[in-house]
Structure formats: C-alpha cells, structure tokens
Design a protein around this ligand. Structure first.
Ligand SMILES: *Cc1c(COP(=O)(O)O)cnc(C)c1O
Length: 382
C-alpha cells in the first residue's frame, strides 16, 4: 500500500482490500468471455447468501446506489400509487424525491433529526390508505440513525400485508444484519462502495419472489429504459445459467472485484462480521463519548454500527478538524444533513477496516481523533 495513502474512513467509499483492487486490473476481457461469464454467474449466487435469501432475484447493474431508487420507482410502482416513505434524514428526502419524479404519490413519516419514526407512528400511517410499498432507509448516512427493519416488516405483515417492504441498504449491507427471507423483506438495494468494499460503480438490488410477481403483473408500461428489469432480468438469468447475453455492457472489472469481495465476506460467518462491526462501533463511540461529544442519533440503541455521526464540540467547525486529520493521514467526512450539516462530522467504520484489525485502521483513527479533539479543547483523561 502506498505510504502516502490517507485512510478513507468515511461512510463510503471505504478502504479496499488489495485483492479486490488487483481484480480491477484484469486485462481487457469480453463481457461474453468464458473467463467472465461464470464469475458474473457466481456473483449472482453469492449475493443470495449475503442477503440470506433462497430465491430472490439479484440485479447487478452499472450505476450507483441511487439507481436502485429509480429501479424501485420505475419497475414496481405505477403512477398514482401510494408509497409510504420513512424518513430518518437526507436519503429519505432523496428517495421520496426520486419516487415523485416517476409520478408516485408519496406520504412521509419524518422523524426529528437524530430520531426514527416510532412503530406507533408507522402503524397509524399504514392505516390511512392502501400503500403499494413502504420504504425504509436502514442506515441514513446523514444522521447515522439505524432503523429496525425487522420490527417494521413484522408490523407491515400485521397491518397491511400486501404492502411491499423496501429497504435502502446502501449504508448497511455488509455492516448490519439483514435476513431477507426470515424478515419478509421484498427489496434491498445497495451500492458497491460501502460495506461491500468494492470501488464505486455498481448498483446491487435484490428482489423477493413477491416483488418479482408484482413486477410481472404490472399494468402500465415501465417509464425507464436503462433501469427496466424487462431489459435486465434476461441478462441476470442468462449469466446465472452460465451463458453470456448483452443488453448494456457490464463493468467487467468491477464485477471481478465484487466477486473477490463477496468471496472474502462469505468465507467467514456473517454473524461474526456483524458482531465485529458492533464491537468496533462501540469502541469508537465510547472514545468519542469520553471526550464529552454528543452523537447525532438521540441514543446509542438507534445508532448505526458501520458509521458514527457526532456533533463538533462548542465553537469547533469542520475546517478546524477535518484538514488536520487528513494531514495526519485519516480522512473523515463532514455533515450532510440539510439542517445541521456544518455542525457535525461522520466517521465510517466498515469492511476491512473492521474485519481485519491487524491493519490498525480503527486504532489509528481513534488516536488521531482523540489527539485533535483534545487540542481543540475536549476533555479526556489519557
Ligand atoms: C450512499 C447512499 C445512497 C446513495 O448511493 P450512491 O452510491 O451515492 O448513489 C443512498 N442511500 C444511502 C442510505 C446511502 O448511504
């Protein structure tokens, strides 16, 4: 690794494993080459394991996480249908915005900053009309708030069982537990560059059999060309049965990289991975709490395990902290939320930085944070 490399401790892109990067440097390879077809096929199979599902349909398409919203809006929801959006920050606003772009009628349950909608509020909202789908941002990267997708899905089964449960897992897949089949989740969408530890450029979405039936039985035309599953489903089926097929050129090198990363992830028990993310999250949060800092999530129970959002101490601004940390080789992120943006910072702790402690990414990050925050007047005893 380049000694001048600064650790990228933001909530995605995260640090990449050397073997993942090496996969990116595969020589020019046809997307229908016998050396690529089985790799893509295996990626599709591995994704089912990562999402704990037997029969759901994975889609792996060039783009970023945002394309997942367009896929949901254009393939599953028809114009004028109602969708309930649970909003825990910036990404809830954007998902709603995307749905509205396609003529979807959006109702939002918005939590106060740092909070999440209560089950009671969700229950009430679900009884007001018939919703085609409910969307949940599993971890809103702007606030670091973690939603309880299992409890929400259980509630939806009770109150409105036909409503599709759609999870934006861009900042949670690979760092938080997701059991698609067991929890009756219909869609999980994510991107390559967050906890899956692959360079940016892939949208990864997985749809339950029920969601695929809704798609097959839709009545109105799909209002997207590139995002249409009518175009992508035959491609996914074809590669899974180890045959090449063309719709739009897949990013061959990124798919090699994803294959490497998924193999690494699946080589160890997923439970261990999630446990490690919890432990590291606690270590980071404890260190910051000891310095007297306050988190954006209103309590630790609803805080994400793959990232931490923290308010600056009184009188400290982004420019006082972020450039100094970067100088010392640790890059963290500023705030993203529309209202509190300048008042807080975010640290990502996902992927190999967490699962391979011998790299000392977390130790170095905590040390740099502590040193700089103490210089800026934070308390602390050691
Ligand atoms: C990063 C992120 C997105 C957007 O993903 P891109 O890959 O940047 O398009 C959407 N939702 C959440 C929760 C995210 O963290």
């Amino acid at each position: 690794m380049n000694s001048k490399h600064k650790l990228c401790m933001i909530p995605g892109p995260v640090e990449f494993h050397e073997d993942v990067l090496t996969s990116m440097s595969t020589l020019a390879t046809s997307h229908v080459s016998p050396s690529f077809i089985p790799i893509f096929g295996e990626v599709i199979e591995l994704l089912r394991k990562i999402f704990c599902t037997e029969k759901s349909q994975p889609f792996v398409v060039s783009g970023s996480g945002t394309l997942g919203w367009d896929m949901v809006a254009s393939n599953l929801i028809e114009s004028d249908e109602d969708v309930l959006v649970l909003n825990t920050g910036y990404f809830g606003d954007s998902f709603a915005d995307c749905l509205q772009t396609y003529g979807v009628k959006v109702t939002q349950v918005k939590a106060d900053i740092g909070d999440r909608p209560s089950l009671e509020e969700i229950r009430q909202a679900l009884t007001t009309k018939k919703f085609k789908a409910i969307t949940i941002t599993h971890v809103d990267t702007s606030t670091g708030v973690l939603s309880d997708i299992k409890a929400i899905s259980t509630l939806v089964q009770q109150i409105s069982p036909e409503t599709l449960v759609i999870v934006d897992g861009v900042c949670s897949v690979g760092s938080e537990e997701i059991r698609m089949d067991e929890w009756n989740i219909d869609i999980v969408l994510t991107a390559s560059q967050k906890a899956l530890g692959v360079p940016p450029g892939l949208c990864i979405l997985i749809a339950s059999e029920r969601a695929m039936n809704v798609f097959h039985n839709r009545e109105t035309p799909i209002k997207s060309y590139y995002a249409s599953w009518r175009n992508w489903l035959p491609i996914m089926n074809s590669y899974e049965s180890r045959k090449g097929m063309y719709f739009a050129t897949p990013p061959v090198q990124l798919i090699f990289a994803l294959h490497t990363s998924l193999k690494q992830i699946i080589s160890r028990p997923l439970e261990l991975r999630f446990q490690q993310h919890k432990e590291v999250s606690n270590r980071i949060k404890n260190s910051l709490e000891e310095l007297g800092l306050k988190f954006v999530p209103k309590n630790r129970e609803i805080a994400a395990n793959g990232m931490t959002a923290v308010y600056y101490p009184e009188g400290v601004k982004a420019t006082d902290l972020l450039p100094k940390l970067a100088e010392q080789g640790v890059v963290i992120a500023g705030g993203l939320h529309k209202v509190i943006g300048p008042k807080y910072f975010r640290v990502g702790h996902m992927g190999i930085s967490v699962t391979e402690p011998e790299r000392k990414h977390i130790d170095n990050t905590i040390e740099a944070l502590k040193g700089n925050l103490k210089d800026l007047g934070c308390k602390g005893d050691n």
